[in-house]
Design a binder for this molecule. Structure first.
Ligand code: C2O
Ligand code: CU
Length: 448
């Protein structure tokens, strides 16, 4: 049995604590079972296209046993998971029933620029209005969606959901879970909206505090992990991590890291095959202002297997085995990340959005971008529209080819990226700590 902190279990006695009634094994701890967010209903029966409806509205929902007034897609937090297959066209009929203008950004997907949910190019969706987003999904993987207007407040109030793109060539796991982590108590905005404001950060997985994952021993589960927090990092640890995917689908090779750093905006796919013993997924203390921090690890998710066969080989994932591209002797664009004194004083190359220089690069041309962090905190550096390959971190190339859309840049790090853009448009480039983005750490890269 996984040891669950009794103080945390006490907080579980929320309005729908009864949900644990169907928990056979986990129920003796009082913990609730983890379930994936409900999926959006596909209204299109034809092959190759997925059509769903999303509605954003002010909504009360439960977080960690408290009912809070926030924002939600289709009344749920996290919003519904949109599931498609690689090559599909996804159409989202979106209605804004909020009291504020909003948009949806498809994080990591590389949607066409007019469908990307950025405000400076198109008008946001005003209260009471609708907009239909349509885009093709070109890469299999774990992606997510969230607003791109007043982003710090709207995401914090609960507007986010997963977008899963399946590849029929990947093996099907015995079980699959989408796990969206969010941290509550990370911003003052929450108090205005009667969000829970605990003394210290409270992490939930799919809106539930410290849930348990019910699996049989020997059952192979794929977990699609997403960090939807505004500013809080996860430094995930459990025995024998088997990471299979990152931001942009399967990794070039399977990896067995000691820990997985999931910065805000990041994703990781992992396979777990529990033995009869069970374990717990924990986060080590980690802050943007210097990385690893002092303190104890905290449990986030218990893996509490029902006894079973106990032995199963991991699945065979079709990793590409690709080697990294060679770093170059030239650089096309340098982005220096600066700021830290003033909450609104976050900059890239001395400029704060929207007063920024638009860099221009050519469609299809290899472009080398160097990111140097000269500021006082770490920054998850995020590209819209096109993904990038990490060529080197402080001069050291990755072991295998690493394709990302969000990459955490620690203080003083120099990261070199290679982009061969196949998606034209004027794209946002920004820090995914949403307070930094709102505070100006955003610029525009135009692909023409
Ligand atoms: Cu999830 Cu502009 O980002
Ligand atoms: Cu930042």
């Amino acid at each position: 049995m996984v040891a669950l902190g009794s103080a945390l279990i006490a907080c579980e006695a929320g309005p729908d604590a009864a949900a644990s009634e169907d928990a056979t094994h986990a129920s003796d701890t009082g913990a609730r079972l983890l379930t994936s967010p409900a999926e959006a209903e596909d209204m299109d029966a034809s092959d190759g296209s997925v059509r769903v409806r999303l509605e954003a509205a002010t909504r009360s929902y439960e977080v960690a046993g408290d009912v809070v007034d926030g924002y939600a897609y289709n009344g749920q937090n996290p919003g519904p998971t949109i599931r498609a297959r690689v090559g599909d066209t996804v159409t989202v009929e979106f209605t804004n029933d909020l009291d504020a203008a909003t948009t949806i950004h498809w994080h990591g997907i590389g949607a066409p620029v007019e469908m990307d949910g950025v405000t400076w190019l198109e008008n946001p969706v005003e209260p009471g209005q609708s907009f239909t987003y349509t885009f093709a999904v070109r890469t299999a993987g774990t992606f997510w969606y969230h607003p791109h207007v007043d982003v710090e407040r709207q995401v914090d109030l609960g507007l986010y959901g997963a977008l899963v793109v399946e590849d029929p060539d990947e093996p099907e796991a015995d079980a699959e879970f989408v796990v969206i982590w969010d941290a509550w108590g990370e911003s003052e905005l929450e108090e205005e909206h009667t969000m829970p404001a605990p003394d210290s950060l409270t992490w939930t997985a799919n809106g539930v505090l410290l849930p348990t994952l019910a699996l049989e021993a020997g059952e192979r589960a794929r977990l699609r992990l997403i960090n939807a927090a505004n500013t809080a990092y996860l430094d995930l640890r459990w025995p024998e991590i088997h990471q299979i995917g990152g931001d942009q689908g399967l990794l070039a090779a399977a990896s067995s890291p000691e820990s997985i750093l999931l910065a805000p905006g990041d994703r990781a796919d992992v396979e777990i095959v529990p033995t009869n013993d069970g374990f717990s997924i924990e986060t080590a203390p980690y802050t943007a202002s210097g990385g690893a921090a002092y303190g104890d690890n905290r449990s986030l998710l218990g893996v509490d297997p029902v006894e079973g066969d106990d032995v199963a080989d991991p699945l065979e994932w079709p990793h590409s085995g690709e080697v990294p591209s060679l770093d170059t002797t030239w650089t096309d664009i340098v982005y220096v990340l600066q700021g830290g004194g003033d909450p609104d004083g976050w900059m890239i190359n001395g400029e704060s959005y929207p007063d920024v220089t638009v860099e221009r690069i050519a469609l299809g041309a290899e472009t080398i971008v160097e990111v140097r962090n000269l500021s006082s905190t770490e920054h998850p550096f995020h590209f819209h529209g096109n993904s990038f390959e990490v060529l080197s971190v402080n001069g050291v190339p990755p072991v295998v080819r690493t394709i990302e859309d969000t990459w955490n840049v620690p203080i003083r790090d120099v990261v070199r990226l290679r982009v061969v853009p196949d998606n034209a448009g004027a794209w946002m480039v920004h820090c995914h700590l949403l307070g930094h983005e709102a505070g100006g750490m955003m610029t525009v890269l135009e692909v023409e």
